[in-house]
Design a protein around this ligand. Structure first.
Ligand code: ZN
Length: 166
């Protein structure tokens, strides 16, 4: 299986009309009809427990749910190497903990998919920052080699982490 790279990404000017633009403004409050996140104080947040906005609240798809629907990641993390194969469970657990912690705080930072590749695992994230963050968490816990590529035109980060057994 080859590394998955999106073949054709739609062109956006990356301004407020772009549905994936995380800084886009919405009327407040706006509730995501898919995940229930609420836009207020200028950002997407999880609602308070038991909070109810009523049937007339403004609804939209949040940028993370749009990316999920369109399979349009903002970042990729590629994990590989013989050390990764050996410690895979431990490394993936570490990643899951990081993901849970961050997604609980920041609803737009999410994992879109985790896929097997020829030599490891590919993780697609909604944002480039989240991909970086995951790469840095793995690197700080397990050392190895970390390489971050950011493509300004595509607004896409590719984070490569690799460690081999000595
Ligand atoms: Zn959503």
């Amino acid at each position: 299986m080859a590394k998955h790279v999106p073949a054709a990404r739609k062109e956006y000017t990356w301004e407020s009309e772009n549905p994936y633009y995380e800084k886009k403004k919405y009327p407040e409050p706006t509730v995501c009809e898919d995940c229930g996140a609420v836009y207020r104080d200028g950002r997407w947040q999880w609602p308070q427990e038991g909070e109810n906005f009523g049937p007339d609240v403004n609804k939209a798809l949040c940028p993370a749910c749009r990316r999920k629907r369109d399979k349009y990641p903002g970042g990729f993390v590629y994990l590989s190497g013989s050390f990764f194969k050996e410690k895979r469970e431990e490394i993936m657990n570490r990643i899951n903990n990081t993901v849970e912690e961050i997604t609980a705080q920041r609803p737009l930072h999410r994992i879109l998919w985790i896929k097997e590749t020829e030599d490891g695992v590919e993780i697609a994230t909604t944002t480039e920052r989240f991909a970086r963050h995951i790469g840095e968490a793995v690197y700080s816990a397990f050392k190895g080699e970390l390489d971050v590529n950011y493509n300004e035109n595509e607004k896409l980060a590719r984070v490569f982490w690799r460690r081999d057994l000595p």
